[in-house]
Design a protein around this ligand. Structure first.
Ligand SMILES: *[C@@H]1O[C@H](CO)[C@@H](O)[C@H](O)[C@H]1NC(C)=O
Ligand SMILES: *[C@@H]1O[C@H](CO)[C@@H](O)[C@H](O)[C@H]1NC(C)=O
Ligand SMILES: *[C@@H]1O[C@H](CO)[C@@H](O)[C@H](O)[C@H]1NC(C)=O
Ligand SMILES: *[C@@H]1O[C@H](CO)[C@@H](O)[C@H](O)[C@H]1NC(C)=O
Ligand SMILES: *[C@@H]1O[C@H](CO)[C@@H](O)[C@H](O)[C@H]1NC(C)=O
Length: 397
């Protein structure tokens, strides 16, 4: 059948247009939609679900995205939301509230440090510097392995986790840039934190279920129940730990002022391997990346969004050369899957974000059974904030 007149196709086109118009009764930007939905629900505002102040790395992650969104859109609401959230956990004297304890030597809370640095830069208020000094003082006393790797927390004896790199090193770099810009020792220490983590956890050729990616963590003393006999690493590649590490690499590269070759090496090693680890049909990634397709394993949304952010930013800023376009292609395919499967239009202006695993810790036994036993949640901020970041990159393509 052949339409010689345009009338029928244009009716079809109009119907499609109207259907789309009603579906898209939300912002055209997924970055804005994700941010506005989080804000509408009061997520990442410095308070926990009981309304008590909480010094939380996922709030820090959201604030990083809101800052970028503020700089992209110029919408002051995002800046004000950052101020409001950070002011819940830093009092007028610069003391850090929300459960923070310097002597726990946990890297997790340090992730709110880049927010304090940003507010200090913007406002010059000394309370933000005092809070930054506290975190820096913690890092200067952070227990280390004999090689020099920060322990993830005091309670995790001799353990380095990939997560800790994202939590601690971005702040360490921002602090050094701000207050000690000629401190070569500090810059060398930051690079060393990444390299020790990489060397101790990168999967070596020849092992079963080789991906060439990084295990979740390692125990330098080899005493944890999960530590491998040969190298002390944990048994599986867990998607979100690697996601944190990839985000830390692209974020550090943007701000690290000295020789950045170690970060470029890591990124150029990992990005093609992450690309190749994507599920060939869906384009996204498995929760336990070392055991794709195994019953109980599933596609996880926070880590997948972190990879998309890191891959697109790595190519955009020229840290990784995408010769044949396969990296951007893999990232955009994954992004398409995310918006088709993990974004739910609530028809009230907000969206929900699905399929983010609640936690993954090396506190337990680090096995496939452990990782897959943890529940997934809707609107988990670790995933929603990563989707905001991925969307910001996707929308600048
Ligand atoms: C700015 O962001 C806020 C909160 O997310 C939103 O309600 C408002 O409409 C935005 N303003 C403009 C001018 O886009
Ligand atoms: C330089 O950084 C190192 C490690 O971060 C620190 O121990 C030292 O005190 C810093 N030196 C100066 C002069 O700030
Ligand atoms: C390798 O992965 C398969 C499933 O993808 C799994 O059944 C098997 O136990 C894994 N082997 C190891 C040593 O992890
Ligand atoms: C792109 O190049 C990489 C090697 O750098 C190769 O593995 C991949 O298959 C190529 N992809 C396409 C679509 O040509
Ligand atoms: C590891 O922990 C999980 C629960 O977190 C449990 O189901 C599994 O049996 C444990 N495996 C071993 C080998 O202890």
């Amino acid at each position: 059948m052949h339409f010689s007149s345009g009338s029928l196709p244009s009716v079809v086109a109009l119907t499609v247009f109207l259907a789309r118009a009603s579906v898209y009764a939300h912002p055209h930007s997924f970055a804005i939609w994700a941010a506005d939905s989080a804000i509408a629900r009061g997520q990442g505002n410095g308070l926990d679900s009981n309304g008590e102040p909480t010094d939380s790395y996922e709030h820090g992650e959201l604030q990083w995205g809101l800052r970028l969104l503020y700089e992209t859109t110029g919408n002051e609401s995002y800046f004000n939301y950052i101020v409001q959230g950070a002011s819940q956990i830093v009092d007028s004297k610069g003391d850090i509230e929300g459960g923070y304890s310097i002597v726990a030597y946990s890297q997790d809370p340090i992730r709110t440090g880049p927010t304090f640095a940003y507010l200090y830069e913007r406002t010059g208020q000394s309370k933000w510097k005092i809070a930054m000094d506290t975190y820096h003082q913690q890092l200067m006393g952070q227990p280390r392995t004999a090689e020099g790797q920060f322990w993830h927390k005091l309670i995790y004896y001799n353990q380095g986790w990939l997560d800790g790199i994202y939590m601690g090193e971005v702040f360490y770099t921002v602090y050094t840039n701000t207050f000690q810009p000629t401190n070569a020792t500090a810059y060398a220490d930051i690079a060393k934190q990444f390299d020790l983590m990489f060397q101790n956890t990168i999967q070596k050729k020849g092992v079963a279920n080789y991906t060439g990616l990084m295990y979740h963590g390692y125990d330098y003393s080899h005493t944890a129940s999960w530590a491998s006999e040969d190298r002390g690493h944990s048994p599986e590649v867990w998607i979100r730990a690697l996601g944190w590490y990839m985000m830390a690499l692209v974020d550090i590269l943007e701000i690290y002022p000295e020789d950045n070759s170690i970060f470029l090496d890591h990124l150029n090693t990992l990005v093609p391997r992450v690309r190749d680890a994507a599920d060939p049909d869906s384009g996204v990634w498995w929760l336990v990346m070392t055991q794709p397709g195994r019953a109980g394993n599933y596609f996880e949304s926070s880590g997948s969004a972190m990879f998309v952010y890191a891959m697109l930013k790595a190519v955009r800023l020229g840290y990784v050369v995408d010769n044949n376009g396969s990296i951007v292609k893999a990232a955009t395919k994954a992004y398409q899957y995310m918006i088709d499967n993990w974004v739910v239009d609530n028809r009230d202006g907000t969206m929900d974000w699905l399929n983010t695993v609640l936690v993954g810790s090396l506190d337990g036994n680090g096995t496939f059974e452990y990782y897959t036993s943890i529940e997934v949640d809707t609107n988990d901020l670790k995933g929603l904030a990563a989707f905001l970041l991925a969307s910001l990159e996707y929308e600048t393509l």
